[in-house]
Design a protein. Sequence first.
Lengths: 252, 449
Amino acid sequence: MLENKASPTINKSTGLPRKRFYRARAHSNPLSDSHFPVPLSPSHVDYSLHYPQLFPSSDQIDSSRKIQFVDIGCGFGGLLISLSTLFPETLMIGMELRDKVTEYVKERISGLRVANPGQYQNVSVVRTNSMKYIPNYFEKGQLSKMFFLFPDPHFKEKNHRRRVISPHLLDEYAYALQVGGIIYTITDVEELGEWMKSCLENHPMFEALLEKELEADPVVNLLSTATEEGQKVARNGGQTFQAVYRRIAPAS
Amino acid sequence: MEDPRVEECEHDSNKTEEDTQMEEGEQNNKDMEVSPALISVHPTQNSVAVAVGSDLRVFNLLEDCAVTLVDESGGTSHNDSIRGIKYGANGKLFVSAGDDKLVKVWSTESWRCISTVCSEKRVSAVAVSHDGLHVCFADKFGVVWVVDLPGFDGTEGPLNKKAVPMLAHYCSIITSLEFSPDGQFIISADRDFKIRVTVFPKKPLDGAHEIESFCLGHTEFVSCLAFICSPDCSQGILVSGGGDSSVRMWDIISGSLLDTCEVGAKTGQLESDASEGNFSTVTDICTIPNCTLIAAAIQSLQGIMLLSYDLPSQTLSVAKVVSIVGEIFIPTSLGSSISGGLLWMVTGASKLRSFDLSSLSRVKVISGFTKSSPDSSEQEPVVLADSEIPGGTKLLEKLQGSISIDERLSLAAADAVKTAMCNLLIKKQYTVEKREFRKRTRNDKKSKQ
């Protein structure tokens, strides 16, 4: 390690962070009181911090341009990195509760920005508890896509309320999503897959995408291929269960 | 697992003595059990109710007599601190609920308990829908439950209903629950600085899924909500008070903050011990009908603060402080009626330790609010003497339990309530060292050499 005085956690040839220095526990308790800063309201989110090239100073924010994609529990950020080049004009953010993992994604994005000038400027990450603070980050109807990829299954029944997809939390996701916005979920745990599907199916503000709509959506394919967790499942020959739903206006 | 706050410690099951030392200062958990005295006034001032501890006391002002509650709904009567009491908007129903996980619905004519609903968790707030058909209550895990009371006409036998979850704040203690004046929205405030405005659906039993807005701006827990009725906007203007010693005014449709009134700074001038950056939590607020005033009860303020609002300019400002002289009286709860023109106040607490008498309540009334600006000298709000209060000593004897109150007890009660509220609602701030110390046994924290 002596020869690399700059930062031993960064890969010298690619400039990207080395994952083994950012190991974290696989689970984090979403119920515990948090100790990270939370913006008071969506207008307090500092876009210049997240997208410095697109928003050079915090006082002249182009208010028409807002984050549209959010990856809840983004993990090591694989999906965001793929989406960033697929939708170069769209602002997107990952939310992750584990501090070390968030640090890794931060380093990864800044490494990619240096290695590929002009690219990856539309992607960022924040350490937060999305189950508590979605309304602090996004206005009503601001988002067009939300991703929940390989969430913590919380098998025990008494821990089901810690699941990131739940009937009551869907109300908040429906609030943040615009009508027509899409929620993507995928898991390799059959029981959780059924749970997420039934939560979405029973919610009056979501409807399932049709088979042909799923085929036409380039993002659907990324769910199982772009993330680290998805690749792991594929390596082990595991099965995945996805549920993709559209936000609809509630019947009045 | 009774309280979400407990769970933050759940990874520390293998505590050592060192841990215990690190966690000193958490001994006050018992104080959380202290509950403030509450007051609620019938919409047309037919009766007044006070709750202190598990004791629910009602005085009938129309007939000038104490009310005896009749509870034949099966189940037990309240046996732990009552945390929420409220009259329905049409005055026919009254709800009480609290730490004993019982929600009791009373008829205000017969004062019989119509229904006792069992909650799974401790109840922190209650509300009755405007049509009187639904009772909502919030628990300490952030879930708002709804129970329907179909065809209630006061003559039916006891109903026993099961509540269903209607909406939820994610694992946060809900501190206040209110319906908008037009009954279209239900507003819930929580410990995580948040106020949620939800469309109250036609079929509440199927859940309230449509969030109208979030009112965000408080920088500490939100403790109380109240509505200003306005002919120009049927849904009313929302007012909230919080642990950040501010009273804020909101447009609930957009969720936008219309104005903020910092009340802590104003109380600071009045008391001597307001140094050390001690926030003065707003414990309760109450709109005074027929004039443009809001009364605020503030921790460590002996009396109340009157705020005046101006709807055209959407502003809120401190009008004056009505001090209570001659005795120690820091209100814990406020109430008013549409017609009475009076502000009812109560101070007190239950489960006071180190006193023979474990609970205390003291009632006071302010009158003389006028339509015109309170700055004008024609009439000043005055604190009524005990004998001038409607119902007189008979009312005080019922609502307070006794006529004379020990001064030392009032102060102790005010202090205990303050501590209990802080312990319950303010997030504990741990230093970075303390947090790292707690994580030291985690696998990913063990240093790899």
